[in-house]
Design a protein around this ligand. Structure first.
Ligand code: SF4
Ligand code: SF4
Length: 575
């Protein structure tokens, strides 16, 4: 999209509204004045009624502009924009007679009940100028920062086909959320600065790195599931990025195509691809989908129209023949990467990639173990942010930074510096993945004075618990070891799934939690149904249990807050 078109596009609707209202008011005047003369318009001009048409049309056009700016933004921004539009409308064209009456009451008269039309027009222009200023100022620091970020990388993003308008609006929502979630925390580890920087600049420096790597011919793969072996992508010197999306911003666009009653993760991801609003979706050479659930499985057919999509068939059981199926899928993925990159994966390259990924998982295991200290030296929100960044960052650098953070947390434990008072309730969260920037439940739990100490989730322990077992150095043995490592992941898509229940109870004990919140994304049937068995297992182990089902919107935040606070009360939580 050209720069000129991007500048002009938001003004088209207001212009159309202006013309329709202006002409409509003029015709209305003709009808009301019952002037059938062919030169009725002379009176229209002489009485300056055109000024009223102009004022009215300008006020309506501003309303359209303000609401257009707010579209896709946070509830606060929408309310603010609507408020400014109404203010302008009531205080200018529509409110002009009232203003005249008001002025008359304090002795400032204009000789008639209404203001002279030219005064109405001037007032309207003044109020709208203020409105435009307010909208741009009140879009806030976030909007300014977003625009600056988009501006910085605009050339690069345009090259990869990003819709900069959509990108800017969606970024703003994430920025506001980030401020609310993280800036409010006290006493954060200094090592979080790197992850804050990454989160705040997720479309900045890292994106530039990826685009530069792509220009050098490195393959970039987008993933939606922790089952996809990143080791193989690294073995062709490729870049793997997680595309599971946790933002509400693109959901409404996705719902124009997809049914509403599927999980928000799928809608959010598809919405980004459809609207070309995420540089990550635009930069990948292909995405790798899988058949874990119906929503994903069928969405890949549509996703393939936007971005080339390779699909891996994930078994739904864990028998010998299911492992063989997954091994065949892993081999096919390897072939796909080799064909895409033009490189052959050697045992040496794969061995090096396994070492990189094991080190990365090792650093996350270390971070998680540190959270098991009572009290925890790091908040659940910070730990979740680190886990989410794992899907975007360069794996070697990420590992180094997590280890630096862990060194600091070790020291905090020795010095008795903690993220929350020792009496704070400790909560483990289990269930559907929480993709960036989904911080909803952590925010509520920790906002209520508790601390999250473990995530049995695909951004949590399901991603990093198992390393690849040692194997012979030939390709077949290595691929088998890789396959077996991935088959240990306990996703709710498997049946039966005793392994996940055992894992949850084990992690609950290890993390010294005081209660378990099972979190399911709306319409995520596998996790929603499996929650029944987890509830039973928790009852057997006398573990306080709460199941919540939510999406990415803010609509149910109050209700969730009430339920979570009641749960914390029940287990003796401190506020
Ligand atoms: S929940 Fe299941 S489908 Fe989703 S990322 Fe995790 S393993 Fe993959
Ligand atoms: S959260 Fe559940 S429904 Fe959504 S993509 Fe993952 S498994 Fe499927």
């Amino acid at each position: 999209m050209s720069r000129a078109w991007q500048a002009v596009r938001p003004l088209l609707l207001p212009l159309l509204v202006f013309i329709v209202v202006f002409v409509g008011h003029m015709l209305f005047y003709k009808i009301v004045s019952q002037n059938s003369s062919p030169i009725w318009w002379r009176l229209y001009v002489l009485t300056q009624t055109y000024m009223i048409s102009f004022s009215l049309a300008l006020a309506f056009a501003f309303g359209a502009y303000a609401l257009g700016k707010a579209r896709g933004q946070s509830g606060k921004a929408v309310a603010g924009s609507a408020g400014v539009a109404l203010l302008v409308w009531f205080t200018s064209a529509c409110g002009a007679p009232l203003i005249a009456v008001g002025l008359g009451l304090v002795g400032v008269g204009f000789g008639s009940e209404a203001l002279p039309p030219w005064v109405t027009a001037v007032l309207t222009i003044c109020f709208i100028s203020f409105g435009v200023y307010w909208l741009h100022r009140k879009g806030g620091a976030c909007a300014t920062a977003c625009a600056a970020k988009a501006g910085e990388n605009a050339g690069l993003f345009r090259e990869i086909g990003v819709d900069l308008d959509k990108f800017g609006a969606q970024q703003c929502v994430t920025g506001e959320l980030y401020e609310r979630t993280f800036a409010a925390q006290q006493n954060r580890p200094a090592g979080m600065a790197y992850f804050d920087e990454m989160a705040g600049d997720i479309y900045g420096a890292r994106m530039r790195e990826i685009i530069a790597a792509k220009k050098e011919g490195r393959v970039v793969v987008g993933n939606f599931c922790v089952f996809v072996p990143e080791e193989l992508t690294l073995a062709v010197d490729g870049i793997s990025v997680g595309l599971c999306a946790g933002s509400q911003a693109p959901v409404s666009d996705a719902e124009k195509v997809l049914p509403r009653n599927i999980c928000p993760l799928v809608k959010s991801a598809y919405g980004y691809a459809l609207t070309k609003s995420s540089p990550y979706f635009q930069v990948v050479d292909f995405v790798c989908g899988e058949t874990t659930c119906d929503a994903k499985k069928k969405t890949w057919e549509l996703m393939d129209r936007e971005i080339p999509t390779h699909v891996m068939e994930i078994p739904q059981m864990k028998r010998e023949r299911d492992r063989d199926l997954w091994l065949a899928e892993v081999k096919e993925f390897k072939a796909k990467l080799e064909q895409q990159s033009g490189k052959t994966i050697t045992p040496e390259a794969l061995s090096k990639a396994v070492a990189v990924m094991d080190a990365k998982r090792g650093s996350l295991q270390r971070l998680n173990a540190l959270r098991h200290h009572r009290p925890s030296p790091i908040s659940g929100r910070d730990a979740l942010l680190v886990e989410q960044i794992a899907f975007y960052d360069d794996p070697v650098r990420f590992t180094e930074k997590v280890n630096v953070l862990c060194d600091e947390l070790d020291k905090r434990v020795q010095d008795g510096v903690f993220a929350a008072p020792s009496q704070s309730r400790r909560i483990m969260i289990s269930g559907s993945p929480m993709a960036l920037p989904n911080w909803k439940v952590h925010n509520i739990v920790e906002g209520a004075g508790a601390v999250v100490v473990n995530e049995e989730s695909c951004v949590g322990t399901r991603y990093f618990s198992q390393n690849v077992a040692q194997s012979d150095e030939d390709m077949d043995s290595m691929l088998l070891a890789l396959t077996e490592r991935y088959m240990q992941i306990n996703c709710a898509c498997f049946t039966p799934n005793e392994g996940r229940i055992e894992q949850i109870i084990r992690e609950y004990r290890d993390s010294r939690a005081d209660g378990l919140i099972h979190y399911s994304l709306q319409f995520c049937h596998t996790y929603l149904i499996e929650a029944v068995r987890i509830k039973e297992a928790c009852a057997k182990e006398s573990i306080p249990f709460l199941a919540v089902e939510t999406d990415y919107s803010t609509e149910d935040t109050g209700q969730l807050q009430t339920r979570i606070e009641a749960f914390l009360e029940q287990i003796g939580g401190q506020r």
